[in-house]
Write a protein that binds this ligand. Structure first.
Ligand code: ZN
Length: 135
């Protein structure tokens, strides 16, 4: 029986859908690296928020060993994309977001929606081009 994959807590989704290199002499457009939400979160907690691995693992609801594996995978993917001038695309993975998050495809704002507000309008620009970024 396949083992149930445990969800990793991610406090907020990344603020972008991906990264593109520019000025690369050779680059194939279908050559891209998929970075999982939880890998983004691991990099953010360890290298941006400067947490130690034990704190970051606790926050994401995983063991230290699992955190170390996610973090290592994230670093390798980013290094690969960086050196080989590949695009990075951020994909959902096994993340569990702590709230319902939405993305406005018009102004690119990410937001959570308070219960009283309509769920299909961007609170910033009023656009209806809103998509849920929770699975
Ligand atoms: Zn908007």
């Amino acid at each position: 029986m396949p083992r149930q994959r445990r969800l990793r807590k991610v406090v907020a989704p990344p603020n972008f859908k991906g990264y593109k290199p520019y000025g690369a002499r050779t680059r194939s457009i279908d050559d891209e690296v998929e970075l999982l939400y939880e890998e983004y979160e691991a990099i953010k907690l360890a290298d941006y928020d400067l947490m130690n691995h034990a704190e970051a693992a606790t926050l994401m609801g995983v063991s230290r060993a699992t955190f170390a594996r996610i973090y290592e995978s994230a670093r390798r993917k980013i290094a690969n994309a960086f050196v080989e001038a590949k695009e990075i695309k951020v994909v959902y993975g096994n993340a569990e977001l702590d709230k319902d998050w939405f993305l406005c495809n018009h102004c690119m704002a990410r937001f959570t929606i308070p219960v009283k507000m309509p769920k299909d309008l961007c609170p910033l620009c009023g656009s209806q081009k809103v998509e849920s970024i929770n699975k």
